[in-house]
Design a protein around this ligand. Structure first.
Ligand code: C2E
Ligand code: CA
Ligand code: CA
Length: 683
């Protein structure tokens, strides 16, 4: 209708001022008309286009043919065409055009309008490409709208969380989180409205309901006008990282060998236990446990066996403490146990005794039957102290007390132990100096055939002649010398002195009998011990048949297999061997038979209450019978009374050592005794 008012001379101007290019082609696809916009778009002069084939605007013949085919299809269906197509300018560059074609009624001609859509098309393609990348990317990407409904769920998300895209599109994001994590998520969404981006560690649930630790980076999704459309979330699975961190934390807090808490974690736990006990008003006990013969095992059988022993010990301890108690390994053969919730400190003794008992049982490793046993010191909160340092120090002092009480036992801390601990430090320094200054003297105690009242030999017993303290008993310093390793030098000093003395007496025509020397097992384990023994015999002129070595039952039985090897070498030299303190250890009959020993020494603890004490009497009789059946000599030590002597003789033990005959005496007194000038066997 409006056509009526369009004046024909306007028409050209209207067509030329259109933003769209306009061209008309005929059936043969020759260009019949172009407006100026077409010329601008394609870079041609009008004349160059008119009468040309439309092919001129296409990038190739094939592309032109394809376009023509589509056009024909639409024409046949009598529909207008709309198509985005890539065309070519005169200068050879390509660009995207949106083409709409309409046949002009009643003619074979078609009018086309063309709009340059290159910028939009480039963006569109970019989006499609990005979309494809996002869809297939390995990482998980999930987008949500402003209503928190999921609008994008890529393959990475499918793989990580197990839900298919179809299941998740349209679902609320809350379905992925547990409640707390979701609250946080909502808070973060508000945050990114201002900050655009935000990332934090959280957790989501997969289709199986399993919790997955993730790193979630959230970014705001906006349209061209910067109006928010929603958020895109980039989800990174950090389970590996978390596990690695956890493993690291575990390593820092646990002992690699036994998997028990280490010193670090122990300190933490002890602090917590103190706090807990002080709030609840309960008592807490700290056990400090040290194995008795671990070093010997480690030195003789090697670290691998030592490690196995520690593992067995850790297992046994674990089986004997409650779940809530903390068992830790401080290092080496030192363990600690925190026992809280005690009504009374003394309640700890039952647990301590149980542990002492289970650790005294033999440990079998390869073909070795090993005995370690343990010494436990116990400090109590609040009775003894209220700080980690004090409780540890006190438990440690009590442990030393347990060691000096003969090991294989437990002791509660008492205040005088601190004094003892100080004394110990002073004494260790003193011992070293005494060795250097030769403050040690050898005493001799006669061993007698009680039937014949004849001297058969003597035991060398060391004394420390202290400048200010006077004579110090070995009972006071031998355990410390053993613990510090000073015993090796000390024993060698005693051996040299005593062997020289015996040789002198022999040279002087005296008959001192056999000299018994006490040796710590640590001494026997020295690589050069046999060498030392031979050299010392040579140097001092002492013959092998003049001496006998005493090793305690406990020390032999710590590692009997190893002991057999060393003792064999000693007997090969023609030296006799006696088992000292017999009856106090855990000898197995099988080993007694295998050991190359000549003599058993009944421990004085069994002699003391003879003949009244029935149990002691029975044990003494049994030991004598055992020696006889194994063809071993037998001697009793610590014999003080006539009754004891009678009892022993009556039961077949005629060798006797003890105050009944003589206390240990100095060499010059022994010499008098030997030369019969003052033979005072009987007092
Ligand atoms: P031991 O080998 O069991 O020595 C016997 C201990 O009993 C000695 O104590 C001795 O004096 C004591 N004794 C002897 N007869 C009687 C008695 O009738 N009644 C009582 N009550 N005691 C008696 P001593 O000399 O104090 O030695 C203590 C321990 O020190 C020894 O026990 C031994 O294990 C160790 N020892 C002594 N000298 C040496 C040494 O040179 N090297 C090593 N490794 N240990 C030594
Ligand atoms: Ca002895
Ligand atoms: Ca003894």
């Amino acid at each position: 209708m409006n056509n009526e008012i369009i004046k024909p001379h306007w028409l050209e101007q209207i067509l030329n001022s259109s933003y769209a290019g306009i061209l008309v082609i005929n059936k043969k696809r020759e260009i019949l008309y172009v407006n100026s916009r077409i010329c601008e778009m394609y870079g041609y002069e009008k004349d160059e286009l008119l009468k040309s084939s439309a092919e001129i605007l296409h990038i190739s013949k094939e592309s032109y043919e394809r376009f023509a085919q589509v056009a024909v299809k639409f024409a046949l269906a009598s529909k207008p065409i709309d198509i985005d197509y890539r065309l070519k300018r005169k200068d050879g560059t390509y660009f995207w055009t949106h083409m709409s074609g309409n046949s002009i009624k009643g003619t074979d001609e078609t009018v086309w309008t063309a709009v340059d859509i290159t910028p939009r098309k480039v963006l569109e393609l970019k989006n499609i490409q990005q979309g494809k990348i996002i869809e297939t990317i390995h990482d998980s990407i999930v987008s949500i709208g402003l209503d928190q409904k999921i609008i994008q769920w890529n393959e990475g998300a499918e793989n990580l969380l197990g839900y298919k895209k179809e299941e998740m599109l349209g679902k609320n994001a809350s379905s992925l989180f547990c409640e707390k994590a979701y609250d946080k998520f909502v808070r973060k969404i508000t945050l990114i409205m201002n900050n655009k981006k935000h990332s934090w560690e959280t957790a989501i649930r997969d289709k199986n309901g399993d919790k997955i630790s993730i790193d979630l980076s959230l970014a705001l999704l906006e349209d061209e006008d910067s109006k928010p459309l929603g958020a895109v979330g980039y989800i990174k699975d950090i389970r590996h990282k978390k596990e690695a961190l956890k493993a690291l934390r575990y390593q820092a807090n646990h002992d690699a060998l036994t998997k028990l808490p280490n010193r670090l974690l122990f300190h933490d736990r002890l602090e917590q236990a103190i706090e807990k006990a002080s709030k609840a008003g309960t008592t807490m006990a700290l056990f400090f446990l040290d194995l008795d013969h671990f070093k010997e095992i480690n030195d003789s059988l090697g670290h691998k066996t030592g490690d196995e022993v520690l593992k067995v010990v850790a297992d046994r301890l674990e089986e004997n403490v409650r779940k809530k108690d903390t068992l830790a390994r401080l290092g080496g053969d030192e363990f600690t146990i925190i026992i809280d919730d005690l009504k009374e400190g003394r309640d700890a003794s039952k647990i301590a005794q149980k542990i002492v008992d289970v650790l005294a049982r033999p440990i079998f490793i390869d073909e070795n039957e090993l005995y370690v046993s343990s010494s436990i010191g116990i400090s109590l909160f609040p009775d003894n102290g209220n700080s980690v340092q004090d409780l540890l120090k006190y438990a440690d002092s009590a442990m030393y007390k347990a060691k000096s009480e003969g090991r294989n036992n437990y002791q509660f801390y008492s205040s005088d132990m601190t004094e003892l601990a100080t004394q110990r430090v002073v004494m260790e320094a003193g011992l070293r100096a005494a060795l250097k200054n030769e403050e040690f003297v050898v005493y001799y105690q006669p061993q007698v055939n009680a039937l014949k009242e004849e001297l058969i030999g003597m035991e060398a017993l060391v004394r420390w002649e202290h400048a200010t303290e006077g004579i110090i008993s070995p009972a006071k310093f031998i355990p410390l010398a053993e613990a510090t390793g000073l015993i090796v030098d000390l024993d060698r000093f005693v051996m040299k002195q005593a062997m020289k003395q015996i040789s002198t007496w022999h040279e002087d025509g005296l008959n001192p009998g056999r000299l018994a020397l006490n040796l710590a097992v640590k001494q026997l384990q020295q690589k050069d011990f046999i060498e030392f023994l031979k050299n010392t015999m040579l140097e001092t002129g002492c013959k092998s048949q003049w001496i006998e070595l005493e090793v305690t039952e406990g020390q032999i039985m710590t590692n009997p297999e190893e002991a057999i090897k060393i003792l064999d070498k000693i007997t090969d030299l023609g030296i006799e061997l006696a088992v000292d303190d017999f009856g106090t250890g855990y000898s197995s009959l099988a080993y007694l038979k295998k050991l190359p020993i000549d003599k058993l020494k009944i421990d004085q603890s069994f002699i003391r209450d003879l003949p009244q004490d029935e149990e002691d009497a029975a044990i003494t009789k049994a030991v004598i019978a055992l020696a006889s059946s194994l063809n071993l000599k037998i001697i009793a030590e610590g014999v003080e009374t006539e009754e004891q002597k009678e009892f022993l003789i009556d039961n077949g033990c005629v060798y006797i050592q003890g105050y009944l005959y003589s206390k240990p005496i100095e060499a010059k007194d022994m010499e008098l005794m030997l030369s019969n000038e003052r033979f005072v066997l009987k007092k």
